[in-house]
Design a protein around this ligand. Structure first.
Ligand code: BDP
Length: 331
C-alpha cells in the first residue's frame, strides 16, 4: 500500500515536472530547435540564419538554439515532441511526416514533380499553402520550404541500376512511410523503414544492400564509403519544411508572427542557394573518392512501374486525388 502510494506520488511529481518543462520550452525567448543534420549542412546553416533573423526581427523576443546532428532524437520522436511541446521548431523532410499528416503524402509519390523548379512552383503556391494548413491541424506550422534535391538509389553490391529489373532482390533502407516500401516493392526489391542514424551501420554490416538519398546526405553521412554505387534514378523530390509548433506560435503577438515568418522565408532563400552549391560539391567529392555513378537517360520504365504506389496512396487517403491533380495543373 505504502509502496503503491509512493509510486503514485513519484508519478505525479514526474508529471508535474515534465509539464513545467514542456511549458518552459514553449516560452518565447527560449525555443528549442531540432535538426537531424550535421552543423555545416545547408539545412543547418539555414536554421541558424532563421534563429538569428527571428531574434533580430522581434527585437530579441524570440530566441533559441538549434540542436544539430539528431541529438534530440530521430524524426519520429521530433514530430511527437513538436506536438507535445518539448521541441519548438524543426526542419522536417515531408516524407515521414505523411504518417501524421496524410495530405503531405502527395510529395512522397515517386516522380510527382517534373524537376526541382516545378517543385518550387508547386510548394510556393496554393498547394504549398494547403499542405501547410493540413500540417497546422497536427500542431505543426510550416513557415517555409527548404530544398532536399532528388533522391536516388545506391548500393553496396556493386550494381549499376539502369532499369527496374536491376533492383530485383535488393533490400533497401527507406524513410518511415509505407509508400516508400511500396515504391521499392513495385520495382521488385525489398524495403525496410529505418531511422537515418542507423543507415551507415546497416549498410556496412550488410543488414541492407542499399539506401536512397540526395548527394549531400549520401556524402555527409559517409554512406558513400560503405555503398559505392550511386545510380541517378531521381525517383523522389521531397521538399522539407522549416516548422514551428503551434504551441510556440500561439504565444507570439501578431506582429511577431509576421516577423518570424519573414525570418523563415529569408532563411529558405539562403538554404536553397547553399543547397545547389552543396549538391555539386558533394557529388564531385564522392566521385573523386571512387564512387561509381551512372545516369539513366530514360527513366520511363521506373515511372511506369509506380502505378500501384499511386493506387495504394489514393485508396488509403482519397484526398490525395485532388492534390495530385492540382500539382499536375501547375506548369
Ligand atoms: C535527408 C533528409 C532528412 C532525412 C534523411 C533520411 O534531409 O530529413 O531524415 O534524408 O533519409 O535527405 O532519413
Amino acid at each position: 500500500m505504502i509502496k503503491a502510494l509512493s509510486k503514485k506520488v513519484v508519478a505525479t511529481a514526474v508529471l508535474a515536472a515534465s509539464v513545467a518543462l514542456i511549458s518552459a520550452s514553449a516560452q518565447a525567448g527560449d525555443w528549442k530547435g531540432w535538426n537531424i543534420h550535421v552543423k555545416d549542412y545547408p539545412v543547418s546553416v539555414g536554421m541558424e540564419k532563421f534563429m538569428e533573423l527571428a531574434n533580430k526581427n522581434t527585437d530579441g523576443r524570440v530566441s533559441g538554439k538549434v540542436y544539430h546532428g539528431g541529438v534530440l532524437g530521430n524524426q519520429a520522436d521530433a514530430i511527437s515532441q513538436m506536438q507535445l511541446g518539448g521541441i519548438d521548431f524543426a526542419e522536417f523532410n515531408l516524407g515521414p511526416l505523411g504518417v501524421s499528416v496524410p495530405e503531405t503524402n502527395v510529395v512522397s509519390l515517386p516522380f510527382i514533380f517534373k524537376d526541382m523548379d516545378h517543385m518550387h512552383r508547386v510548394m510556393d503556391g496554393e498547394v504549398g499553402e494547403n499542405l501547410s494548413a493540413a500540417m497546422s491541424k497536427a500542431g505543426i506550422i510550416a513557415l517555409s520550404w527548404y530544398d532536399s534535391g532528388s533522391r536516388s538509389f545506391y548500393n553496396n553490391k556493386g550494381i549499376a541500376i539502369n532499369k527496374p529489373a536491376d533492383v530485383k532482390g535488393l533490400k533497401f533502407r527507406v524513410m518511415n512511410n509505407e509508400l516508400f516500401v511500396g515504391m521499392v516493392e513495385a520495382l521488385g526489391g525489398n524495403a525496410t523503414p529505418m531511422a537515418f542514424s542507423e543507415v551507415y551501420q546497416s549498410l556496412k554490416t550488410g543488414v541492407v544492400d542499399g539506401a536512397e538519398n540526395n548527394w549531400p546526405s549520401y556524402e555527409s553521412t559517409n554512406h558513400f564509403d560503405v555503398a559505392g554505387n550511386y545510380s541517378a534514378t531521381q525517383h523522389l523530390i521531397i521538399p522539407e519544411c522549416l516548422c514551428v509548433s503551434t504551441r510556440a506560435w500561439d504565444q507570439l503577438s501578431d506582429a511577431d508572427k509576421v516577423a518570424v515568418k519573414a525570418a523563415a522565408v529569408e532563411s529558405a532563400k539562403l538554404q536553397r542557394v547553399l543547397w545547389a552549391e552543396r549538391s555539386a560539391q558533394s557529388k564531385a567529392k564522392v566521385i573523386a573518392a571512387g564512387v561509381k555513378y551512372n545516369e539513366i537517360a530514360d527513366k520511363s520504365a521506373f515511372q511506369d512501374a509506380m502505378g500501384p504506389v499511386y493506387e495504394m496512396a489514393i485508396k488509403k487517403n482519397p484526398v490525395l486525388k485532388d492534390i495530385i491533380a492540382a500539382i499536375k495543373a501547375v506548369d
